[in-house]
Design a protein around this ligand. Structure first.
Ligand SMILES: Nc1nc2c(ncn2[C@@H]2O[C@H](COP(=O)(O)O[C@H]3[C@@H](O)[C@H](n4cnc5c(=O)[nH]c(N)nc54)O[C@@H]3COP(=O)(O)O)[C@@H](O)[C@H]2O)c(=O)[nH]1
Length: 754
């Protein structure tokens, strides 16, 4: 294939010397490239036809030997191969410089006149056509050509070369040859290829990243944004984001001061890591993002832009918030829970200490919550707790804490008070707010609460102490009739200390055998004979200290000691009764008091059965006394258990009857044997018409239900007469006998010492 621009000359004669190999060319030729050193009509090859030290092979008026030598040296040192070739199908080389070997791996003589191989055959087959077109174009336009292509090196390697050349023309304008230079650019090619590959990879990362990536000017104009950033911010494309998001501070940040903080950090440190903020998406939706960014410097060290990444962390934030909510807030009411209360209390103490103010720790317990919960159901109970929680929140400031400890117990922290009177004002309001009627479909309810207050620093300086003291004060409020508040006092403190001491002693009382049972007889009205004895526990703490059961039984219930103590009472009373029977005393019923908590023990009926079996006492000689209030409180559950006791043959008495708001429908269903009229009604029976009526009514009620009625606390003849006139069945009281030790009882009642 030949260029149409070429006019083929006859093949020249080959001439060679040490460093240059040339063909002899026609004497007067011109070149399209303008070389100032070249004389007109002489080609470079001709000019270099001789070694500098040799006699010149051309006209010395044209180029001196020194110049020829210089050209030769230059060509030798040139990085690449200088050539002259024909414009034919082989690019037949007429001249190649020494660089030929380094460039192609072949000697110059191998290429000259296609001696061993042609330059065309060296050219990579995939590039041959393109190269020829490019060179031909250049030649046709009489322009220098400049191109890059691959050649096959003698080693078999593919090398990238760069070639620049131009046509050499006769004076008549015919193309005589092509002259130029070819250089190996393999290294440059591979590094620029690597660069392009790296750019491609980074671009792909930028485009496909899940995280948003941005570059902004120093004043916050977007230079670049990737599709992920557009997606996060809710734009259709990165272009739209760049075009529309012009004021990051106001358009993007929910709180513009966060943008100020971001800028402050990046200016101060050059980097910002995990910077969290809430932002508006394009549609106004608010999301959480986390940004990492850095300042980009130019070689002079000046910051030219900021670049960074953006992650949408909304999901994580919501999850964190959920976890935090669960960990710190009560699920029913949304109030702070015990754990958060504890943190807030610690902080509030520190703050009160710093500012010299008082902190009020307020313990609130709803009065008779259990009644509503049990009678109207737990869902109504939950509603009530939510409603009261809201009222408590309304009664204090936003900065105060309202927490729910569980059940119907709430704690409030009222900060920044200097004067207890100011706290009292808040509490008055709280009592009033809580007691407003609570209206639900089932009706209107007036709920009240009991409030106890402990003040920091007056009543304690630790969270535990303040909570404990507020709790104690709340109990005092309950004792004082509910619906009131009580401040913790030194007197209360003394009571607590005593109580703690008592608790400790009580824990060791059983093992120290400090308990004893006393027995009080119960008399049949008709026969005036003893039909029963009530076992009453006594605690001899020390030689001089006896603690009455009314004091220690409630404590034993609270601290979980009632079960072992109650079991001891049951066993001792049954053993004693059996012992008296075995001693020949006419059998009578042994009545044992059982507290509500003891009765609710899972295996109570089983315990009774075991004790009866172990002591060999016939069940009909055992009576269990339960207070009316305890039974009515949990009537459904009690009915079933009382039935089981009844099945054992054990008798049941309802103690303190008249004080426990019995439901008649329940009473009818309860498998009880006796009603024991509370002592308080018997006391003034002869003088108080109301009490007399109550007692008469209870007797009539009991009889109508087929039950026996016992009067407690009979102390005088008048009471006895009234009870006799009103057909009371049995009597118990100091009038007959006080509770006595077992030996005194046997002696006094049966004339026996045992
Ligand atoms: N769970 C248990 N409770 C018990 C036990 N032992 C006693 N108790 C309960 O403690 C409360 C106080 O009992 P106590 O101090 O023993 O007083 C009893 C009698 O001494 C007293 N009483 C009897 N007659 C009269 C009297 O004529 N006048 C008067 N002022 N007091 C009198 O009444 C108490 C017995 O009452 P009750 O039980 O209601 O029949 C008391 O509630 C006991 O129940 C125990 O082992 N377990």
């Amino acid at each position: 294939m030949k260029s149409s621009a070429t006019k083929k000359d006859a093949a020249p004669e080959i001439v060679s010397n040490d460093s240059l190999v040339q063909s002899r060319l026609p004497a007067r030729t011109g070149t399209a490239s303008r070389d100032p050193a070249a004389a007109p009509g002489k080609t470079l090859a001709e000019l270099l036809a001789t070694d500098a030290n040799d006699a010149p092979a051309f006209d010395t008026t044209v180029i001196s030997g020194e110049t020829a030598r210089m050209f030769k040296t230059l060509l030798g040192n040139l990085d690449g191969m200088v050539y002259r070739c024909r414009d034919d199908e082989n690019w037949t080389m007429e001249f190649v410089s020494e660089g030929c070997r380094r460039l192609t791996g072949y000697d110059a003589s191998d290429l000259l006149l296609n001696n061993r191989l042609s330059y065309e055959s060296l050219t990579h087959p995939d590039d041959r056509r393109r190269i020829r077109e490019e060179i031909t174009n250049g030649l046709q336009l009489l322009q220098r050509f400049d191109t890059e292509y691959r050649i096959m090196h003698a080693s078999g390697e593919v090398r990238w070369v760069w070639e620049r050349g131009a046509g050499v023309y006769s004076e008549a304008g015919d193309l005589i040859a092509i002259e130029g230079i070819i250089q190996d650019i393999t290294e440059r090619k591979s590094s620029s290829q690597a660069l392009r590959e790296a750019e491609r990879r980074y671009y792909s990362l930028f485009e496909n990243a899940i995280e948003g990536i941005f570059r902004t000017t120093l004043d916050g104009q977007y230079l670049d944004a990737n599709p992920a950033l557009a997606r996060i911010y809710g734009f259709e494309s990165a272009q739209e984001l760049i075009a529309k998001l012009k004021d990051i501070r106001h358009q993007l940040y929910v709180d513009p001061s966060r943008r100020d903080e971001f800028m402050r950090l990046i200016k101060a440190r050059g980097v910002v890591a995990n910077f969290e903020a809430q932002i508006y998406r394009k549609n106004g939706e608010v999301i959480w993002i986390s940004e990492n960014a850095r300042a980009v410097h130019n070689p002079d060290g000046h910051v030219i832009c900021y670049e960074g990444t953006v992650e949408d962390i909304t999901e994580r934030k919501l999850y964190q918030a959920r976890i935090e909510q669960q960990a710190n807030y009560d699920t029913l009411t949304g109030l702070a829970n015990r754990s958060l209360l504890h943190d807030r209390l610690q902080q509030a103490i520190l703050s009160a200490a710093n500012y010299g103010t008082r902190l009020a720790v307020v313990f609130v317990d709803l009065d008779r919550f259990k009644f509503i919960n049990d009678s109207l159901g737990h869902h109504v109970g939950d509603e009530l707790l939510r409603a009261m929680a809201e009222r408590l929140k309304q009664s204090v400031r936003e900065s105060d804490t309202v927490a729910r400890l569980g059940g119907d117990e709430f704690v409030l922290l009222i900060n920044g008070q200097r004067d207890p009177d100011a706290v009292a004002v808040v509490l008055e309001r709280m009592l009033s707010d809580i007691s407003q009627p609570w209206t639900i479909p089932q009706g209107d309810f007036n709920v009240t609460c009991s409030i106890g207050v402990a003040l920091y620093p007056d009543d304690g300086d630790t969270a535990e102490t303040l909570l404990k003291h507020a709790d104690t004060a709340m109990y005092r409020a309950k004792e004082k009739g509910r619906n009131n508040f009580q401040f913790f006092t030194a007197e209360l403190n003394a009571l607590i200390t005593q109580r703690l001491e008592l608790e400790n002693k009580l824990r060791r009382a059983l093992e120290r055998q400090q308990f004893e049972l006393h027995y009080q007889p119960r008399i049949d009205m008709q026969s005036r004979k003893i039909v029963a004895a009530e076992a009453l526990i006594r605690w001899q703490v020390s030689e001089h200290e006896i603690v009455p059961p009314s004091r220690f039984i409630p404590i034993a219930e609270e601290i979980g000691l009632i079960a072992p103590i109650g079991k001891w009472v049951l066993r001792t009373a049954c053993e004693q009764n059996k012992a008296w029977q075995d001693a020949g005393i006419p059998p009578f019923v042994m009545s044992v008091n059982v507290s509500a908590r003891q009765f609710r023990q899972e295996n109570f009926v089983q315990i009774v059965a075991d004790v009866l079996r172990e002591t060999a006492l016939d069940a009909c000689y055992l009576e269990i006394e339960l207070t009316e209030s305890a039974v009515m409180h949990d009537a459904e559950q009690f009915i079933a258990m009382l039935g089981e006791l009844n099945d054992l043959g054990v008798q049941i008495a309802l103690d303190d009857f008249g004080t426990g708001y019995s439901s008649l429908s329940y009473l009818k269903r309860l498998p009880v044997d006796r009603l024991k009229v509370d002592r308080s009604f018997v006391q003034d029976i002869a003088t108080d018409a109301d009490d007399a009526t109550i007692v008469r009514t209870i007797v009539a009620l009991g009889h109508n239900l087929g039950l026996k009625v016992v009067a407690e606390g009979v102390e005088n003849e008048q009471q006895l007469e009234f009870l006799r006139d009103n057909q009371c069945d049995e009597l118990q009281g100091y009038y007959f006998a006080k509770p006595m030790s077992a030996s005194d009882f046997a002696h006094a009642v049966f004339g026996s010492t045992e």
